[in-house]
Design a protein around this ligand. Structure first.
Ligand SMILES: NC(=O)c1ccc[n+]([C@@H]2O[C@H](COP(=O)([O-])OP(=O)(O)OC[C@H]3O[C@@H](n4cnc5c(N)ncnc54)[C@H](O)[C@@H]3O)[C@@H](O)[C@H]2O)c1
Length: 335
């Protein structure tokens, strides 16, 4: 079952059984397998059952009528009609790329979407077309705003990508929590502890118990700065696009009372908007940083995205390792 091709067929079959068409099921399957290959298991197969549960409970629409409205040559608005997030995001990034290729800048705001997995997956699509990109999405409450007792912001990833003039793109793709929520979910499911300093329990006490952390709050990166970044992403993805915001995005695992209405924002730019020699300049920029003297134990200074690309290449021809509980889910979903 761990073979990529066979796995792809199984996932597509499961999603089609849940009402998706072949094209949409393939988009989702590719994104899920990519997450496994880059080692982001918390955003891969471990979520398939949740997406199917949400379809069954009618809070993800398996047959969405996605509307794309042109606001200008550069700007488009998408209403995803409660589609699974992968499909909305795939359409959104392709539209942003198209707009940027035409005018130099492509801006796409998406509302009524759902959890779309890894921001970097969409950023890569733009970078492969030699474009600079920002991707934003909001997520269900996980982080308490600085000074508040209750979680409200999601782990709201910030993602920036650029071509580098080498085959490996620069993709900074980071949650604004100390660790992403998916990792805590996987730890809770597997009865594992989480590191110290990443979460507080519901009484505000530091905890390494994953279940208590899920019931409590996650800590943002860098204190009030991380809280500010989470807020910025909530504004850009939610307030700006028409999506839910301010703590209203529902938890996809625990709250089936309605669709998530997550918002995404994709901002894509041609790298030569201000200079004609961007590729030489970025090459020189990376070279200067990589040449710096290194601290003890560090062999190489990596730029964001490099280690992920290495993991992907290493895993590409290997069998995908599926934990027993997830294999069991797949078996049931495929029955
Ligand atoms: N859709 C959602 O709601 C949602 C929410 C949160 C996170 N996510 C996704 O989860 C994924 C994982 O997020 P994360 O915060 O755990 O990322 P992470 O901590 O694994 O990596 C963060 C960034 O640091 C870079 N990096 C890692 N090691 C490095 C090194 N040695 N030198 C230089 N740079 C290095 C990575 O390339 C990456 O860009 C992301 O793809 C994110 O988009 C999605």
């Amino acid at each position: 079952m761990g073979n990529g091709k066979k796995l792809n067929q199984i996932i597509i079959k499961i999603l089609k059984k849940n009402g998706l068409n072949t094209n949409h099921a393939t988009i989702c399957s590719k994104a899920l397998i990519n997450a496994e290959l880059v080692g982001a298991h918390s955003h891969g197969l471990s979520r398939l059952k949740m997406y199917c549960d949400r379809i069954q409970k009618k809070v993800i629409n398996p047959k969405p009528k996605i509307k794309i409205k042109k606001i200008s040559q550069s700007i488009s608005r998408i209403d995803a009609n409660n589609s699974i997030g992968f499909v909305a995001a795939d359409i959104g990034i392709k539209q942003a790329i198209k707009n940027a290729k035409k005018t130099g800048i492509g801006l796409v705001g998406i509302k009524n979407s759902g959890h779309y997995g890894l921001s970097g997956y969409y950023a890569e699509q733009a970078v492969k077309k030699n474009l600079i990109v920002f991707c934003f999405t909001n997520a269900p409450p996980a982080i308490a705003p600085h000074g508040a007792k209750k979680s409200l912001f999601g782990t709201n990833p910030i993602c920036f990508g650029t071509p580098t003039s080498s085959k490996v793109p620069f993709i900074l793709d980071t949650s604004v929590s100390v660790i992403n929520r998916g990792k805590i979910r996987v730890a809770a499911r597997n009865g594992k502890k989480i590191p110290e300093g990443v979460a507080l329990d519901k009484f505000g006490k530091p905890t390494t118990d994953a279940k208590k952390a899920l019931a409590g709050v996650q800590l943002p990166i860098a204190g009030f700065r991380g809280s500010g970044l989470a807020w910025m992403v909530d504004i850009l993805s939610g307030v700006f696009t028409g999506g839910n915001h301010g703590g209203k995005v529902k938890d996809p695992f625990d709250d089936f009372s309605g669709p998530q209405n997550i918002g995404h924002l994709f901002f894509v730019m041609k790298p030569n908007l201000f200079v004609g020699n961007y590729s030489e300049r970025i090459k020189e920029n990376i070279k200067r940083i990589k040449r710096l003297p290194k601290i003890k134990g560090v062999k190489e200074i990596l730029y964001p995205g490099q280690s992920k690309q290495r993991r992907y290449k290493k895993n590409l021809n290997k069998k995908i390792n599926i934990p027993a509980n997830i294999a069991e889910d797949l078996k049931k979903l495929n029955a």
